[in-house]
Design a protein around this ligand. Structure first.
Ligand code: ACM
Ligand code: ZN
Length: 503
């Protein structure tokens, strides 16, 4: 049958997510408009029609007794219609008659993974991509460099992975956290970790796999802070090379004072070479350059950095980060890419073409949690909202007897579901909010099992918050659909956490 052939190709890696034939159709994220008719489709043949009036990534789907018609204006729309059809299909293969008109509210529906503090590898990244496709998510923000590791081989810089992709110990690594409170971040396990990194062939494989699922990979190369692993490989790129004499990434998590020496032309040339290569192997339109948590104490003391401040008229050490950000925004624009960075990198005079990724939150009161991202949007920057208290899945999920370890905080499923990236914004600033994403920092996430536990079902809630219009969202309805949807995840071998009890 034509339909089955079509379906099988699309299902190459995610097996059918069947539901009981008598259950109400259960689609996550919820479609914008859906009406369910009588009976089931007797002829599962799909007719595809291009319809210019359907929004980008959207689709119209009509399942009748005699067949299935899908209309979309782009490939992503046809792809998402298939994903919906998989979820509509009952355990007996029957698809209920229905009409759906669906499109995403936000164009950026992202997932971030930190492959540095702990390394997940190709298979786990692919599984994340499969699940993103199932949830109609379209940006994988891949955090590839950190103080604790450098995970990408770069031609001409062999020491990066020789020294930067391996460490002699990790905090508590390998200890299954049956009693998380017993573990302190500074308890080193003495177990060699690595070398773990991705080659160009790995990247090309993952980029292609993502593209088949309409996911764009957004690589992140951190600068000018969070570069300790690179400095361990090339100590001469630090203001104080003697601090890196051990040639080892930082073993414990935190904010390092040793950052890129911005007075050293060779250090800047190194980052240019890295980013030039990244632009060539990642075809996506956006490159993330980090920019968070960069102390300036070394720059203040460093003769080279002081000479740079003087020569460029930057005032003092505070002028250095905006200077390097401007440099790389232009460098990346010359290569056809937009620059993305954590919200700190927008401080100073930064071109409006730079996109902010908001993670910090003001504590100034209800409704103002998103203030730094909101401020950037009001200044005219596009912004991806990832505020910690909604989007950080390394925060606890509020489950009783949770066996896994978290960095702190609390982000419940309901909190994720209530995420509104445009909260508190009016007028043109709303249009600058591209969307949001969940951030999966991995200091306390060891492997695919606890990654999955922390991601699901909270990422299902965030996926719905980013796809479905606020007026259509209903947490109680989501929870009842999630009861079915979680079973689909479990059948796929995903170690999804339990749902909280219905209140
Ligand atoms: C961050 O969480 N430091 C972006
Ligand atoms: Zn310096």
């Amino acid at each position: 049958m034509k339909f089955l052939g079509y379906f099988t190709i699309a299902m190459a890696s995610v097996v059918s997510s069947a539901v009981a034939a008598d259950a109400a159709p259960c689609v996550v994220p919820a479609p914008q408009k859906m009406t369910v008719g009588e009976g089931f489709c007797a002829n599962p043949e799909v007719t595809k029609k291009t319809a210019k009036d359907v929004r980008s990534e959207g689709y119209r789907l009509e399942v009748s007794k005699d067949g299935i018609v899908v209309e979309a204006s782009d490939d992503a729309g046809f792809f998402y219609a298939e994903e919906t059809l998989k979820q509509l299909r009952g355990a007996d293969g029957k698809i209920p008659c229905c009409k759906i008109d669906d499109w995403p509210v936000y164009s950026w529906r992202g997932v971030h993974i930190d492959d540095c503090r702990h390394f997940f590898g190709r298979q786990t990244v692919k599984q994340v991509l499969d699940l993103m496709a199932m949830h109609k998510m379209n940006r994988l923000h891949w955090h590839l460099t950190e103080d604790q590791a450098w995970r990408l081989s770069i031609p001409g810089y062999p020491e990066l992975v020789k020294y930067g992709a391996v460490r002699s110990a990790s905090p508590s690594h390998g200890v299954w956290p049956t009693d998380p409170k017993r573990l302190k971040p500074t308890d080193l396990d003495g177990q060699k970790y690595g070398p773990f990194y991705y080659t160009e062939a790995d990247v090309r494989e993952i980029v292609a796999y993502a593209a088949e699922r309409h996911v764009v990979i957004v690589p992140e190369i951190e600068l000018p802070g969070h570069v300790y692993a690179a400095l361990a490989a090339y100590p001469e790129f630090a203001c104080r090379p003697e601090n890196l004499a051990g040639r080892e990434p930082r073993l414990v998590w935190g904010i390092e004072q040793d950052v890129l020496c911005l007075g050293n032309d060779k250090a800047i040339r190194f980052m240019e070479d890295v980013l030039d290569y990244v632009c060539r192997i990642f075809p996506g339109d956006v490159v993330h350059i980090g920019g968070d948590e960069c102390p300036q104490v070394r720059w203040k003391e460093c003769p080279k950095c002081r000479a740079r401040i003087e020569k460029e008229g930057l005032g003092d050490e505070h002028g250095l980060q905006p200077w390097i950000t401007r440099h790389f925004v232009k460098f990346l624009a010359d290569r056809g890419k937009r620059t993305l960075g954590w919200d700190e990198y927008l401080l100073g005079d930064i071109p409006r073409s730079a996109i902010g990724m908001n993670w910090r939150e003001s504590r100034s009161g209800a409704g103002h949690e998103l203030v730094s991202g909101a401020a950037a949007a009001l200044r005219g920057h596009d912004v991806v909202m990832t505020p910690c208290s909604y989007c950080y899945l390394d925060y606890g999920q509020g489950l009783r007897n949770d066996p896994f370890q978290y960095i702190g905080g609390k982000v419940t499923l309901e909190r994720c579901y209530s995420f509104d990236p445009r909260a508190g914004l009016t007028g043109a600033a709303r249009e600058h909010i591209l969307g949001g994403q969940c951030n999966n920092w991995s200091e306390y996430t060891w492997n695919e099992y606890d990654l999955a536990w922390k991601m699901w079902p909270r990422t299902s809630a965030l996926a719905e918050a980013l796809w479905t219009a606020p007026a259509k969202r209903d947490y109680a309805d989501f929870l009842s659909r999630m009861a079915v949807h979680r079973e689909r995840l479990l059948k796929l071998g995903v170690n999804a956490a339990p749902l909280p009890p219905v209140k």
